[in-house]
Ligand binder design. Structure first.
Ligand code: SAM
Length: 279
């Protein structure tokens, strides 16, 4: 007999392919909650059977009506309710944030049980910088919206992580190669499953590879940050500063020039003062 849990919302991460990746704490909590909220009850029924959980399931999406959310919140104040998604970490390109926000606003306890997440697992496989990354979820399906979304992040000095499906992979890689230029990337497929695969190359090389050969399975694209710009020379700095100082104070000129040349403002400001500028 499982001990009941204190009331509240339990966000439970589940495997993204290999059932062995279920944490023992996640299995324990799923066996002890009074209800499980799931995206697709048929998908989650298999997982619950695997861990021996018997709690009733309710389908939940963030677009579920407000009445259902209020009913769940009322139940959560006296019972333990788990939220799971079809696979991986709930709320990451999956439903849940509205429920978490509402539970917090109602003063209810919210717990998370960390576990598998395809974006994080892909970052560990890609061999690309992981110190700064931006998760973009799925790109828009329409060409113009997709190009706009790519342009918006092109200059960000971080690795990019995107979810994609096999049929759209070639098209998306083409759009990414056009919008981001030459950048190292990895296409990571079927993480933790039998056919797990990581293919690396530039965006253009990967676009070429997958253009007419859409792969099967679930996919994450990881793209390395834009290449470092060469440090501006003293001569370049002087030309830019001299021009900027014609109309701006040294600190304003230094800020503008530093941003334009991608150099520290301190260096630009020191040189602006040497060039005779006065604040
Ligand atoms: N919440 C999930 C998570 O934590 O990763 C993601 C849900 S999102 C609706 C599903 C997408 O995640 C898939 O289309 C695919 O891009 C990616 N994904 C999920 N499982 C994967 C796996 N085993 N290998 C590669 N990508 C996966």
């Amino acid at each position: 007999m499982h001990q009941p849990l204190p009331p509240g919302l339990y966000i439970v991460a589940t495997p993204i392919g290999n059932l062995g990746d279920m944490t023992s704490r996640a299995a324990d909590v799923l066996c002890r909650v009074d209800r499980v909220l799931a995206e697709d009850k048929r998908v989650s029924a298999k997982l619950l059977a695997h861990v021996g959980a018997t709690a009733p399931m309710t389908a939940y999406h963030d677009h579920s009506d407000e009445g259902l959310r209020q009913k769940l919140l009322a139940e959560m104040s006296v019972k333990a309710i788990a939220l799971i998604s079809d696979a991986g970490t709930p709320l990451i390109s999956d439903p849940g944030y509205k429920l978490v926000r509402a539970a917090r606003e109602a003063g209810l306890a919210v717990h998370t049980l960390p576990g598998p997440c395809a974006a994080i697992a892909a970052l560990t496989l890609a061999g690309l910088p992981t110190d700064r990354f931006l998760f973009l979820g799925f790109l828009p399906a329409k060409a113009k919206a997709r190009a706009d979304a790519i342009a918006e992040v092109a200059a960000i000095r971080a690795s990019l992580v995107l979810y994609e499906s096999g049929p759209r992979l070639g098209e998306s890689l083409d759009a990414l190669a056009t919008g981001l230029g030459t950048r190292d990337a990895a296409v990571i497929r079927e993480i933790s499953k039998l056919h797990e695969e990581t293919v690396t190359g530039t965006l253009a090389e990967l676009a070429e590879r997958y253009r007419d050969a859409p792969p099967k399975g679930e996919i994450v694209i990881v793209i390395g940050p834009p290449p470092e710009r060469e440090a501006a020379s003293d001569a370049e700095l002087d030309v830019a500063l001299t021009k900027a100082l014609e109309s701006l104070s040294p600190s304003r000129a230094a800020a503008d020039v530093a941003a334009a040349l991608g150099i520290p403002k301190k260096r630009a400001y020191a040189r602006a003062l040497e060039l005779g500028g006065r604040d």
